[in-house]
Design a protein around this ligand. Sequence first.
Ligand SMILES: [Fe+2]
Length: 306
Amino acid sequence: MDNSISLREKSSPSHQAGGGMSVVPLGGLIGAQVLGVDIAAGVDDAAFAFVRDALHQHSVIVLRDQHITPRQQTDFSARLGELRTSFYNRYAVGDRPELSIVSNIVKDGQAIGIADAGMLWHTDASYLAQPDMYTLLYGVDIPSKDGKVLGDTMFSSAWSAYDALPDALKKKLLGLKAVHSFVHHIEKKRTKGQLKRAELTAEQKAALPDVQHPVVRRHPINGRLCLFVTEGHTKEIVGLPAQESSELLEMLFQHLARPEFVYRHSWRPGDLVIWDNCALQHLAMFDYGDIPRKLHRAGVMGPVPV
Ligand SMILES: [Fe+2]
């Protein structure tokens, strides 16, 4: 059942809850700020359910001015489901293996975090059989120059993109599967000159075999159909001639990036941004050069896409 419309109507332009919480949509098809949440002070079950409902309704939510420890971030994140420990474990935050550092900072010649995450449109961990359902990214150091904040993150609505396709194409896509590949992703980044990490070892490649997912997946909470091919990780559509596959994928990648589907987040230190990887794709802006940027990321495992 599609209950997203009724939820949207209930909360537009803002939805009040007990305890001073409210949701303020950010003006587009996706994105809302949730006000009145202080994670460090504690979030009871009713307040947490309010946050989770806002996430499912708006696909990406922003909780400003949070002052949270790594432990508080992982404890809060784990209330959404099982946390995934990244295979980039060397960038873990302190003693929290479920939390990764995303950063361009180099200390004593060593990168302290992942420096090239999100350069192409993608959904997190789509190259795994069970991709991440949610991501929780916490802004620690946010770069700016001449008063302008840098390093924005763009989000695009995968169900709005699907809904806007011509009916004949929607029907065709429903029966198709596509290959998602981490190895393809790394190769594509290298071709574009974007790779800022060591090449994959044979062992890493063997541990990350290609997977197949439906080109259109059904959202596990609200049943909406979401376009699920990404510029970053989708290698080919199964069963189509190579040229037809690459032309169709390129068209869909451009369609997903259309401005009407996109919310662009301008970060502040203390932002906790939570997004729904089934409902969205996202893209990081790399406009800050060597100006220090650091965020802490947690990922929540999701179901096998259907
Ligand atoms: Fe990502």
